[in-house]
Design a protein around this ligand. Structure first.
Ligand SMILES: [Zn+2]
Length: 512
């Protein structure tokens, strides 16, 4: 009783004071269906924002706001977090730093520097973004391939003790400058030249600074050690280096491994039961995005930067053609490689089979000619829908775009997941799709106070129309912005207002 009276007295005392004005909201999103990112069911609630923070999730009765958004019929979620992009170049370019392709998908935070490939100078890059302004928040991995290339160029040999020390120093410096962990691209040269032990030593350096390990695995198919052994290698690295591991764009690539999603899921579930902190990301497309060279040419032919010399060398021609033929089979044949991005515009939009037919040569000869002329990006149709569905249903699988030029995923990943896999095919629930795009990546990447609609969290908030939230980018026209994002706040500022991009650059570089 005394306590009650005291409370009442305090309230009376506080009401007329100016500090009550601090309760005024900058923005109130009223009447939407709130999916908070935890995975719990959607509920009717209002979301209030003051400054760069969420200060209310619930009833806004009696609250005043400078601006009220009517979200009736719309879905309100945390802004999406994309753990694997190739946006470092975009963010550093003042003409593209708003990151339009991502804002229009509802993404408020991107991670880049994946696949072992990052800017060399993490500190300078983060600093540049801060000075110039960026449209989304952004975090960086330090790339193991970048580090190895810096110390050993394209050599396929083992590092000397001195080279190892140099690489460790580079990783440590990057971590101190704010990298969130180390990424590898063990499928690609020069990452592919590294032994597991070499990777573990560098991962330990990242672990000591609180970083995580992100990997484009050595094999997603049957190229070298095989998909399942590559998953085991990833788990082993996590156990030995004592850090969380994340498999980038998990998939079963190519006819040889189709259906192996079940085995991979079992291996990962077992590891998780044994206490290994392992997660994965995934994009919802049956085609991956890579290059003619990376998909067909064996890595020995790229060693020491001698690719052009090797593909023209008659002495290795028979071996090269035979291995490229096998790799093309793995990928599903010449019909399954679509040219997406090349200096030679005449080949873009055509499959390798079409090009070979036009030129009257074999697909492998056509591929070699393309590489000699500077190469090409490809969309490589190599995944089975049932494997994609199986991976997507796992509670440890996040959404990632792996956005690259020429592939529709850069502009379409997130709305595609909702339109196709939630609303059309019902593969996963709305709540699971939101969690996999928000709180799961935030926890995995150790991004504090993001990824949930929660009192006190940063106000990265998405309001989308479930009827029109659709990817518009296709393999033929990959650069078309998605539809359906009505409002999007980044750190409390409206980056998308009534469906249109604003001029705001409200993103921040995020460090670990
Ligand atoms: Zn990758």
């Amino acid at each position: 009783m005394i306590r009650l009276r005291l409370l009442a007295a305090t309230a009376l005392l506080l009401l007329p004071l100016p500090c009550a004005a601090a309760q005024e909201l900058d923005l109130l999103i009223r009447g939407g269906s709130v999916v908070d990112g935890t995975g719990s069911p959607a509920k009717a609630a209002d979301v209030g924002i003051a400054g760069d923070r969420i200060v209310l999730v619930g009833s806004s009765a009696g609250r005043h706001a400078k601006r009220v958004i009517d979200a009736t019929g719309l879905v309100v979620t945390p802004g999406f977090i994309d753990p694997h992009t190739h946006t470092a170049g975009d963010l550093s370019d003042p003409k593209r730093s708003r990151n339009d392709a991502y804002l229009m998908q509802g993404v408020t935070t991107v991670v880049t520097g994946n696949d072992g490939d990052s800017p060399r100078d993490i500190g300078a890059t983060l600093d540049k973004w801060k000075r110039q302004g960026i449209g989304t928040n952004a975090a960086l991995f330090i790339g193991q391939g970048t580090v190895r290339g810096q110390v050993m160029k394209m050599s396929d040999s083992k590092p000397t003790a001195e080279q190892m020390e140099q690489m460790e120093h580079l990783v440590d410096t990057a971590m101190q400058q704010g990298a969130i962990g180390i990424s590898t691209g063990l499928y690609y040269a020069p990452g592919s030249y590294s032994t597991t032990e070499e990777v573990i030593e560098l991962a330990k350096i990242a672990a000591a600074r609180g970083g995580i390990y992100d990997t484009h695995m050595r094999d997603e198919s049957s190229y070298n050690i095989g998909l399942q052994a590559a998953v085991r290698e990833t788990i082993h690295i996590g156990q030995e280096a004592h850090l969380p591991v994340m498999i980038s764009h998990i998939k079963a690539l190519g006819v040889d491994v189709w259906g192996q999603s079940a085995d991979v899921i079992r291996i990962i579930d077992n590891a998780r039961q044994q206490g290994v902190d392992i997660t994965a990301s995934q994009y919802p497309y049956t085609a991956s995005g890579t290059s003619v060279t990376a998909s067909l040419v064996p890595r020995w032919a790229e060693a020491d930067g001698a690719l052009q010399k090797n593909i023209a060398d008659p002495a290795v021609q028979a071996r090269l053609v035979s291995e490229m033929t096998r790799n093309l089979e793995r990928r599903g044949g010449a019909d399954s490689l679509l040219m997406t991005d090349s200096k030679d515009k005449s080949i873009v939009g055509k499959t390798l089979a079409q090009i070979a037919k036009e030129r009257g040569e074999s697909p492998i000869d056509a591929a070699i000619e393309i590489i000699k002329a500077g190469g090409s990006g490809v969309a490589s149709f190599n995944m089975k829908e049932s494997d994609i569905d199986a991976f997507m249903r796992q509670p440890w699988v996040m959404t990632c775009s792996d956005g690259s030029e020429g592939h529709p995923r850069k502009y379409g990943t997130f709305p595609r997941k909702f339109h196709e896999y939630v609303y059309t095919r019902h593969v996963i629930s709305l709540e699971a799709a939101v969690r996999s795009s928000t709180s799961l990546p935030a926890q995995t990447l150790r991004l504090k106070e993001r990824g949930l609609l929660k009192d006190g969290y940063f106000a990265d908030v998405l309001v989308f129309d479930p009827k029109t939230f659709v990817d518009q980018s296709t393999y033929q026209s990959p650069r078309v912005l998605a539809t359906g994002v009505r409002y999007l706040t980044v750190n409390g500022e409206l980056a998308v207002d009534q469906g249109s991009l604003t001029a705001k650059l409200a993103g921040r570089p995020l460090t670990h």
